[in-house]
Ligand binder design. Structure first.
Ligand code: DHB
Length: 393
């Protein structure tokens, strides 16, 4: 097999890149190791920045999002028994977010790709990326029990943080910046109408909790748990009691419990690999950087990477110039580090570190108080949450 751009990984980054390249008339093939059902069920976050929603619309993948997604104009912060709303449009000059689950966006992109192309192979397991210093790099993969090779002009690794693409980079050619967090999230889906209109981020002495949603009848909630937690130690009743305690405010608000349909523990880490390119291999999305989930930046960063990359490939295909491809890493890293800082900030301000002393807790509460009493501090959070414009890099 031979193509212009070989894309390893059919998650949101790989699928959207394929869509954007296809619309520029650039050939590509997507190799995804899992089957379609798995890819379409994978539960991830659900907040799309304004720029992410705009990109999906512009490439013809926004119809269902516009029908079924929910536009959110703010979030609620809870701490110290108090609740405070941040009004995004007022704080940012009109920016909002859209609640539309990543898994729904993936379904939309898969359906479009299977209808209109380019080729998307499921259960095509990349084994190795080779020849990235040559002008014909290739991906060795297995599909249908056969060993195959996909040769291309460029390879893009969109295969997540445990993918094989980045193994092609020689030792010493990239630098890793990494941080692990001393806590995880227990995430649940429940068949119960959300107890709120907008997301609630709660700081409490018992640890962090987040109330999100998937629809008017399905709630998505998370609670901070120790690393290594076994979901089996959290029967449904224990989860609802703990969530209610963490969200408690003295306004009469109540958390409605309901049947829990999914439970999973998510570890948290920050990671950036620099540069995002080595020879003819580019990395995008989780293959290049990871953020802890607080603030829901992971998917949005993947989208901004592939927007920059698709533009660069378009420029190369139209003019033969590699200028934008050469600038890919630097352009993306500015936005990546901003999101890394924001995700770290949200995480460390809202969670209870097991080694935290009372002084540090007071500092967290002071920071939350600042955000809820200063327009400047609130605007800083709101701008980051709704996302900086894509064109700023
Ligand atoms: C969701 C996840 C997040 O990490 C977040 O900050 C907001 C929402 C979600 O799954 O809906």
């Amino acid at each position: 097999m031979d193509t212009t751009v070989a894309i390893v990984g059919g998650g949101p980054a790989g699928l959207l890149l394929a869509r954007l390249l296809h619309r520029r008339g650039i050939g590509c093939v997507v190799l995804e190791s899992r089957d379609r059902d798995y890819v379409e069920r994978r539960q991830r976050a659900g907040i799309l920045e304004q720029g992410t929603a705009d990109v999906l619309r512009a490439c013809g993948a926004g119809d269902r999002m516009d029908r079924e997604g929910e536009v959110h104009d703010g979030i609620e912060l809870r701490f110290d028994g108090r609740s405070h709303r941040l009004d995004f449009p007022a704080l940012t000059g009109g920016r909002r977010v859209t609640l539309y689950a990543q898994t729904e966006m993936v379904k939309d992109l898969v359906a479009l790709q299977l209808q209109e192309g380019p080729p998307l192979l499921f259960e095509a397991t990349a084994r190795a990326v080779e020849g990235i210093e040559t002008d014909r790099p290739r991906v060795r993969f297995t599909h249908g029990g056969r060993e195959r090779t996909l040769t291309a002009e460029y390879v893009v690794g969109c295969d997540g943080s445990y993918g094989v693409a980045r193994d092609a980079v020689p030792p010493g050619a990239q630098r890793r910046y990494e941080r692990a967090y001393p806590y995880s999230w227990l995430g649940i889906l429940a068949d119960v109408p959300p107890s709120c209109e907008e997301l609630i981020y709660a700081h409490s002495p018992r640890g962090f909790a987040l109330h999100s949603m998937r629809s008017r009848t399905v709630s998505r909630l998370y609670l901070q748990v120790p690393n290594g937690t076994d979901p089996a130690d959290w029967p449904d009743e224990r989860i609802w009691i703990e969530l209610a305690a963490r969200f408690a405010v003295d306004t009469g608000w109540r958390l409605e419990p309901g049947p829990i349909t999914a439970k999973a523990v998510l570890p948290m880490r920050s990671l950036v690999i620099e540069p995002l390119r080595c020879g003819r291999l580019f990395l995008a999305g989780d293959a290049a950087h990871i953020v802890p989930p607080t603030g829901a930046k992971g998917l949005n960063l993947a989208v901004s990477d592939v927007v920059v990359l698709a533009r660069a490939f378009g420029h190369w295909a139209a003019t033969g110039s590699t200028d934008l491809l050469d600038g890919y890493s630097e352009t993306c890293l500015r936005r990546v580090w901003r999101a890394e800082h924001f995700s770290y900030f949200m995480t460390s301000t809202l969670h209870a570190d097991p080694d935290q002393n009372p002084f540090q807790t007071r500092l967290q509460l002071e920071q939350l108080d600042r955000i809820t009493s200063s327009g400047h501090a609130a605007a800083e959070l709101a701008e980051n949450y709704t996302g900086l414009p894509l064109s700023s890099g």
